[in-house]
Structure formats: C-alpha cells, structure tokens
Write a protein that binds this ligand. Structure first.
Ligand code: AVJ
Length: 324
C-alpha cells in the first residue's frame, strides 16, 4: 500500500465564509449572479454525475474518447513522473493517463486538488490502491491555491472536463498564468476545452429533456437554504440555458416565475425578485482552437498537440511551459 496524504488549505469554515461573501456580492449585484462552484454539494455532485450520462451532454464522452485514444502518446511526449489533477472530482478519466504513465514506467506520484475533502479522500484512496504511486490530496481551490501544490519534477498538470469554461476571460488569464508560475520550463499542461458548435446542440446539452440540468441548476438555491438558513422557494424558479453568441458561452440562469422575496439571515440580506427576473448561475465558455492556442501562449505555454473527438465537439490540448 502506498501512502496517501491530505493537506487542507480550505477548511469547512473557509468554505462557508467564501459562500457568504459570494452571496453578499452576487445577490446585491444587478443583474444577480452566483458562481457555479456552489452547485457541488453531495446532491449537486450526484446530479452532475447524472448529467455526464445524459444523451444530450456529450462533453464527458467526447473527452473520454480523446483520452482513451491519446494517453499513451501523452505519456511518451511528456515522460511525466508527477501527474497533478486540478478540480479532480471523481478522477474517472484520469485513469487513462495513469495507466499510460505507469506502463511507460515514469509515474512516481499523483497530486489531486479539489474543494471537496470527502470526494478527494475517496478518489485519493481509490487511486492509491490501484497504482504504484504516492498520492497527495490537496483540499483547495484552483483559483486560490495553485502556489501551494506539492510535487517536484517532470510534472504534467491536467485540467479536464471543460471546467476552464466556467471562468470568464480575465479569470482564465489569471488561472493560466498562475499554473504557468508554479511550473518549471519544460513541464506540461493538459487542458480540456469544449468547442464552439451548432447552438442548438449546445443548448440541448444544458437543457436536457429529463430535466436533470434544471434540478442541478436549482440545487444552488438548496445549498443557500441549508448553509445560510435562507428561504428560497427553489421550485418557483425555472431553468434557463441560452447561447451568448457574442461571448461564445452558454449561460445558465434561474428565472423567477412570480415576484418573490427571500431572506438570507446569515448575511442579513433580503433579496427581492420581480416576476421574470433572472439570476445568472453559470457561464460555460466554448472555444475555437485558435483561442485556446492564443490564451495558452499569452500565459507562457506553447501548444504542442491538439486533439478532438471524431465528431470534433471537444478539444484536448497538450502544451509546454516556455520562457517568458
Ligand atoms: C463541469 C463545468 C464542465 O460547464 O459543462 C454541466 C458543468 N453545467 N451542465 C459544464 C455543467 C451544466 C460543466 N463543467
């Protein structure tokens, strides 16, 4: 049995403080917004897992297809001894990379960063039992704790699932620059990005027939009710998914179906909605290959490989940290 160690940079207290601050800022803004990271309590994570299996939600399958086909190439090109996975969640697709790096004989350690300590502990233990590596779990936020990541040499950082799409352009610049800053020249970034395509296909992926995404969206209000003793009537909000042509992102919103007042006592907030008012809960940016290349270059990465699934729906890029 190899070692698993867990470092906590984000305590449950920090998390609730972050939620309070995001709620104060987002629900007093015009228009109202909430950051998507608050979807993922136990129920939200479960709903997201269900989303990944929906017929309309292609990104997970498309990215899995790419990783299954390209992992041994990735292992040969990088010769990585440390795999760092950001926002690792259940780490299911990471196994393709771990298999390939193990077979190459270079793999020594795995670092996983996630905000959820319970998810991290479980994934770290599962991987540690299955692979001949030491596993370091880091409870943290990929927008805050990059500089604190352990791992020594020959690193490959994986940021998969298209999660980078949850960041708006200025946040992406900061994130990618932050990743570049912790790497040495010659180390690697593997990035999953969902691609611009027919808006009808995109909207369906975020507004499925079974209504799972709608429940996932409303779940953020249940999180506020539980964590902050708020009293949102989640059922009185309808799910909205729309394509913003100018920004090239999907936006999810919750629309008030009647005038409503909600209280968030923990932050001393009374929140009023007029009928039809929308609260923005997520942006999910979609990329053109050229934009991926240029955002990486601006952050100090040189694109080395670009792969898509057979249907050209999703892109995985492998890039190398270069001198700036
Ligand atoms: C986990 C952020 C990649 O943006 O597609 C799925 C989350 N939101 N359905 C995405 C999500 C609605 C997902 N990411």
């Amino acid at each position: 049995m190899n070692e698993v160690d867990l470092t906590v940079h984000l305590t449950p207290d920090d998390i609730v403080r972050g939620l309070r601050s995001d709620v104060r800022t987002g629900l007093t803004a015009v228009p109202k917004t909430l950051p998507p990271k608050w979807f993922y309590d136990a129920r939200g994570s479960e709903l997201f897992e269900r989303i990944t299996r929906l017929p309309e939600y292609y990104p997970t399958r498309a990215e899995r297809e790419i990783l299954a086909a390209r992992s041994s190439e990735i292992a040969s090109l990088t010769g990585a001894s440390t795999l760092v996975e950001l926002g690792s969640g259940s780490s299911e697709k990471t196994r393709f990379l771990l298999d390939a790096l193990r077979d190459k004989g270079t793999l020594r350690e795995m670092v996983m960063l996630d905000v959820s300590e319970s998810a991290l502990r479980e994934a770290a233990e599962t991987l540690s039992a299955a692979y001949p590596v030491s596993v370091h779990g880091v409870v943290g936020d990929f927008t805050q704790h990059l500089a604190l990541l352990p791992g020594s040499a020959e690193r490959l950082v994986a940021f998969l699932g298209g999660t980078i799409g949850n960041l708006v352009p200025a946040e992406r610049t900061k994130f990618l620059t932050g990743v570049r800053d912790v790497l040495d020249e010659g180390e690697w970034l593997l990035l999953g990005t969902d691609l611009v395509k027919d808006p009808a296909v995109l909207v369906r992926a975020y507004d499925d027939a079974a209504g799972v995404t709608a429940e996932f969206n409303r779940n953020v209000l249940h999180v506020l009710n539980r964590e902050l003793s708020a009293d949102f009537d989640a059922a009185a909000f309808e799910h909205v998914a729309l394509w913003d042509e100018a920004q090239e992102w999907i936006e999810m919103r919750l629309r008030a179906t009647r005038p409503m007042r909600a209280h968030v006592p923990v932050v001393g907030l009374t929140v009023d909605f007029v009928e039809g008012e929308e609260l923005r809960t997520e942006v999910s940016a979609k990329f053109r290959p050229e934009r991926v290349r240029s955002e990486l270059a601006d952050a100090g990465f040189e694109l080395r490989e670009w792969w898509t699934d057979r249907d050209g729906r999703f892109g995985v890029s492998l890039s190398r940290a270069v001198a700036r």
